[in-house]
Design a protein around this ligand. Structure first.
Ligand SMILES: NC(=O)C1=CN([C@@H]2O[C@H](COP(=O)(O)OP(=O)(O)OC[C@H]3O[C@@H](n4cnc5c(N)ncnc54)[C@H](OP(=O)(O)O)[C@@H]3O)[C@@H](O)[C@H]2O)C=CC1
Ligand SMILES: O=C(CO)COP(=O)(O)O
Ligand SMILES: [Zn+2]
Length: 350
């Protein structure tokens, strides 16, 4: 239909403590069918997955799948096969961003609803409608569906090492440069721009900046602050119909690192550091970005990220080749080696 803009959003978002047993009630309220497929990872099984599974078994038939290979098409296909073979009515993902994305894409491809039960506050895919799956080449997100419900158990999320929470700040602060890139693409390329989605995304970034001193404490209030920002960023992406409000050149840089390295750092750590450099390129107040990341203990240098300076430079020079249709401050030609080195040195990254 001409002019139609479809925004799909979760129907329930629960944020609180001791919510592992609450899944049953959510499923009942939403009228979900009697057979559930639960996805978890080798670690998140013990962190919350098994408890959620046991609790579900009181009312539902439950099949489980341990995702071992992260956000890959192989795992998505394994999940799809199981949904079909077992005639599962719905899916629940208990884990980090990778497991949530596997469930999200499999759910989209099979048309069964899924519930997002995050165990980390390190990425804004918790409530979003797009899934980042490592397939051939770069791992950029594709359209999928949002979770029918998000159940964020603060106590579970707090079990994750503090580093994950700081990464959540990095993924949120990247909204600042992502929106700048979006505005640039709107002006230069006439790309669709949603002021509403952009404002929501910027608000989330500003909230974490304002609350950096609370977040650094790593307590339950800190988790709540970051989770709210991540969920509203996910909603901003759903409103926009793409990851535009939360993914610009700083994400291209992170995707480039993922391509270059077997063991990259956390997604949010990489995007946070990328934001410092892209903010510098945009002529924004990049020092404020660095200051916030420092304050919450997120990496702001190649050394802290555990990545060789040479790889940082290389990632900066190839970032524009990833998803070339997404116009950013890197332009069509990207950064020269000299420009990349200069930007990384001036911002203190290398
Ligand atoms: N779709 C979207 O809109 C977005 C998607 N993303 C994607 O999300 C992913 C990043 O997610 P992230 O959560 O940072 O990383 P991962 O999902 O890759 O998880 C990393 C590791 O953390 C472990 N883990 C999870 N929870 C805990 C916990 N509570 N305590 C200890 N360890 C834990 C996992 O265990 P286990 O081995 O059990 O799985 C896994 O080994 C990337 O793939 C990124 O592309 C990021 C932003 C937006
Ligand atoms: O990580 C994301 C937003 O934070 C998703 O971005 P991509 O679309 O670049 O994968
Ligand atoms: Zn991200």
């Amino acid at each position: 239909m001409k002019g139609l803009h479809l925004m799909q959003l979760p129907r329930e978002v629960l944020l609180g403590e001791d919510l592992k047993g609450e899944v049953v009630n959510v499923a009942r309220r939403l009228g979900l069918g009697e057979k559930a497929l639960i996805l978890y990872g080798p670690r998140t099984k013990g962190i919350a997955g098994k408890d959620v599974e046991d609790s579900l078994k009181s009312e539902y038939e439950v099949v489980s799948l341990t995702v071992r290979k992260g956000a890959t098409m192989e795992e998505v296909e394994r999940t799809i096969d199981l949904i079909k073979d077992e005639s599962a009515d719905w899916v629940i993902a208990v884990g980090g961003g990778s497991i949530i994305d596997v469930a999200k894409l499999a759910s989209f491809k099979t048309g069964v609803p899924f519930i997002s039960f995050p165990t980390t506050a390190s990425h804004d895919g918790i409530a979003s409608a797009n899934a980042s799956i490592r397939d051939l080449g770069a791992k950029t997100s594709v359209k999928a569906v949002p979770p029918i419900a998000v159940i964020a158990d603060v106590k579970v999320i707090k079990t994750a090492p503090y580093r994950y929470l700081a990464a959540g700040v990095g993924d949120t602060i990247s909204n600042l440069t992502a929106v700048k890139d979006w505005q640039l693409a709107h002006r230069i390329r006439g790309e669709y721009y949603s002021e509403y989605a952009a404002s929501l995304s910027l608000m989330s970034a500003k909230m974490v900046m304002r609350n950096a001193d609370i977040i650094r404490l790593g307590n339950e209030e800190s988790v709540r602050k970051v989770i709210k920002a991540l969920i509203s960023t996910g909603v901003a992406m759903s409103i926009a119909g793409s990851s535009r409000p939360a993914s610009g050149a700083e994400h291209l840089f992170s995707h480039a690192l993922d391509m270059l390295l077997d063991k990259p750092a956390l997604h949010g750590e990489q995007t946070g550091l990328g934001t410092i450099i892209m903010a510098y390129l945009h002529g924004m107040k990049w020092e404020r970005v660095r200051e916030t990341l420092k304050r919450v203990g997120a990496p702001t240098t190649a050394y802290e990220l555990g990545i060789e300076p040479e790889i940082i430079i290389e990632a900066l020079t190839i970032a524009h080749t990833i998803r070339p249709e997404r116009y950013t401050i890197l332009g069509k030609d990207g950064l020269t080696r000299e420009a990349a080195e200069k930007a990384a040195k001036i911002t203190g990254v290398i």
